[in-house]
Design a protein around this ligand. Structure first.
Ligand code: TXA
Ligand code: MG
Length: 353
């Protein structure tokens, strides 16, 4: 696959922006692929009701076909068009959190093709708050099926350069606007069963959902290991994911001991001639004695770590490090999403300091 990819950047010039939306809308309506920013990560979009178009998404990403896509809408009322069973819980969540980083799983309507739900009888729906995503959905007039715009298995893109790296030559258009704020994918909540269940943690936490819904469960597979035989309910969560090229290890425990352990491991690998990357924080950055030290955020603010996580992993790839050591993080708030992604990226390699 090698095609000309239009790369267009959103600027202050509203007239130019309008042209970008119109070009992108034409492409989507004609069954093509357009990558675009959202408030979580960049998405790779196609007309959700066009089976041939969504098939192209799987090809461009190298994504397994049993892994369903999220359908993005710009109007809450469209939920009724995609699901035949919009529950009271779904309405309450939409009123509270949409537009925003929350995806709901509901029983699907017949118009939703099996190819985008991986054959499941449910559909994942999200109404993004990012103005570019919302404007693109509105201008095109289609529901946009969009996974994260990365090559399958790699960290999700949070900057235009990440999308260009993975998708240039494989899709019709990339809309660049580096105002992706949250940095990890949306929270997924399954409302198709009796007790709402979080299938993927994100910026909207269990506590926030519980305030609206009462009892909320977390899918047992979220922090656990697929190797332990717990199969996640979101098909996508069972694959190796978010992984950098380097061999990533998480070091957990008392932070002073963590730094000592990472210093010792780094010295060992450097002595053996390897390049080492260290995922450090504002609080610890000056305590490392070797390696390429990258500050991912502050230990006291999980949101800063979420915002920079994928870019840091991709930077280590660019620098061709063989080993990466990361501090573990608190699982408060969006920290749970951070640790969920980091654990998957590390293929569950965690050591205690
Ligand atoms: O923040 C986000 O959600 C981003 C942006 C682009 O909106 N999108 C995103 O899509 O993360 P993707 O395809 O990378 O992840 C979708 C996840 C996968 O793990 C998939 O298995 C799960 O959602 N999923 C989709 N439909 C599902 C369904 N009907 N039942 C259970 N899981 C589903
Ligand atoms: Mg993804």
């Amino acid at each position: 696959m090698n095609m000309e990819t239009i790369i267009a950047e959103i600027t202050e010039n509203q007239q130019e922006n309008q042209k970008i939306y119109e070009t992108a809308a034409q492409i989507l309506k004609a069954g093509g692929l357009v990558a675009f920013p959202t408030e979580t990560v960049y998405g790779l979009g196609a007309d959700a009701l066009d089976e041939a178009a969504s098939a192209k998404i799987y090809a461009a990403k190298g994504r397994p076909s049993d892994n369903p896509l999220i359908v993005h809408i710009a109007d809450k009322a469209d939920l009724e068009k995609l699901s035949c069973d919009v529950t009271k819980q779904a309405r309450l969540l939409a009123d509270r959190f949409w537009p925003g980083p929350l995806t709901m799983i509901l029983k699907k309507n017949r118009c939703v093709p099996d190819s985008i739900t991986g054959g499941l009888q449910t559909v994942a729906v999200r109404m993004p708050s990012h103005p570019v995503a919302a404007e693109l959905i509105r201008t095109s007039g289609v529901y946009i099926a969009a996974p994260s715009a990365n090559t399958s298995g790699k960290p999700s893109p949070t900057k235009g350069e990440h999308v260009i790296h993975d998708m240039n030559g494989k899709i019709d258009m990339i809309i660049v606007d580096d105002t992706v704020d949250i940095g990890v994918e949306s929270t997924i909540v399954d409302l198709s069963e009796e007790i709402p269940t979080i299938l993927r943690p994100g910026y909207i936490t269990k506590e926030m959902l519980s305030e609206v819904l009462g009892e909320v469960k977390i899918d047992a597979a979220i922090m656990g290991s697929v190797k332990e035989g717990i199969v996640p309910k979101a098909p996508g969560m069972k694959y190796k994911h978010y992984a950098p090229d380097g061999d990533l290890t998480i070091v957990e425990g008392d932070i002073k001991r963590v730094v000592e352990k990472i210093n010792a491991l780094t010295a060992e690998k450097e002595a053996a001639g390897y390049q080492v990357g260290i995922m450090a924080t504002e609080e610890t950055k000056d305590s490392y004695t070797g390696g390429i030290v990258k500050v991912v955020g502050s230990r006291n603010n999980e949101a800063t770590v979420a915002h920079n996580l994928y870019a840091a992993l991709r930077d280590f790839d660019k620098q061709k490090v063989s080993y990466i050591y990361s501090e573990g993080f608190s699982t408060n708030h969006v920290g749970q999403a951070v640790m969920n992604r980091l654990i998957k990226a590390a293929g569950h390699t965690i050591i205690k300091a």
